[in-house]
Design a protein around this ligand. Sequence first.
Ligand SMILES: [Zn+2]
Length: 135
Amino acid sequence: MLTLKSFTLTEEDCLTTLREIRWSNGLTCSSCSSKNVIKHGNYGIYKKYLCKECGHVFNDKTGTIFHGSRVPLRVWFFIALTMQSGMSISEMSKILGMYYDPVYRIVKKLRESGYHKVMSTKLKETAGTGKVGGL
Ligand SMILES: [Zn+2]
């Protein structure tokens, strides 16, 4: 049976993919879009950045659909991938051991932003195969 444990992508793998998606055209300030941005320490496993133009401090998740979410990135990626394979929200919540509502909210955010497609495409590109993370 499929479980989150059998999903082989780590939190770091998912974060690397998020960075590749988000900063594909280079780092830009999430407030003023300036490219005059430098590294500014860490926030947990996330990198923090400082905009030398406007002084804004932000991290990899600031201004994205993942911002403010306490759900690990690998759960977001798991949901994105299983959405692509047509799994239902109730099935996902059973596998993840989460309530229906939070899973529903994640699916909604992913669907509205189209991020689930971008995430699975990027992962498959990196893996060089249709199978990603053991799914
Ligand atoms: Zn700025």
